[in-house]
Design a protein around this ligand. Sequence first.
Ligand code: UT7
Length: 327
Amino acid sequence: MTRAVGILGLGHYVPEKIITNTDMEKIVETSDEWITERTGIKQRHIAAPEEATSDLAYNAAVEALKDAGVAPEELDLVIVGTASSDYIFPSTACLVQARLGAKNAAAFDLAAGCSGFVYSLAVASQMVKSGLYNKILIIGAETLSRIMNWTDRNTCVLFGDGAGAAVVGEVEEGYGVLGIDMGADGGKFLLQPAGGSRNPASEETVAAKGHTIHMNGQEVFKFAIQIMGKTAKRALAKANMKPEELDMLFPHQANYRIITSAAKRLKMPMDKVWVNVDKYANTSAASIPIALCEAQKAGALKKGDNIILDGFGAGLTWAAIVLKWSK
Ligand code: UT7
């Protein structure tokens, strides 16, 4: 059995507290001018002390279920793409599943860094397409502020907290997911070195800030600008579509310069590219679903639009999915 599979509903949530670039100037030696010019970021949302990743994920999920008109009991599976789970185990997906009362659903987290939401959509769409499941909730959710080194200006200005969710299910024939490309290369340019089995938590790992994000920004930048175009073109080829047939590009929101480079490689004008990195900074796995949800709320997505989701992240990983919008 095969069937058309797409997105039935979307939701997103960002914490209330905003830290602007001017606020960042009081935390590390930086400037609004540097951050704006190099990244396009103007501000980021930061979770309240009592908020963890599953809380952000839950709020986004409630909105997505409502938008889809799907009850929690109808869900067969919950997948959370995250690099900042509540605990190392159990999974954040299990916490969200229980809190939603999705009592018929299995649950697991998916570790693909910032590509986590696109990877989750790839997995979920194939599970529904095969007939194994009917309705799957996928969420990209992060509280990267909890694993940030707030004394490292190379990283702490770049990230923000947030969550975006989608309900995946059967759609009208000819709509939904049309092409998928995913990949990984094992490059360790972006990692949280301590707290796992390689470097378990100790006084030394804490003192060395090993439990925070470590990144070689320039290497990730070089990787990102070449891979975003490549993975998008591969997904388009699988969808039997040319870049000029695309109505909208939803790139991972890490850096405005990376976004414009991806758009250029696909020859897409910037008015067809959803950009919100200025408002939220890099929310990792949450960035693409937040962008999608915002676009839907703004009325920028019409039934029949050809769109592409284009992500990259820790792993290093990359993934692109072409969809014909079905709502
Ligand atoms: O989701 C995936 C996650 N990561 C990414 O996508 C990151 C990809 N990389 C990037 O976006 C860029 O490489 C960065 C924004 C991280 C850095 O921009 P860059 O143009 O590559 O700057 P750079 O690392 O070459 O640093 C240039 C200068 C350095 O000073 P010197 O050595 O030239 O004196 C840095 O120390 O800028 C300095 N610098 C800063 N200055 C002010 C680095 N961070 C800051 C800062 N404020 N926050």
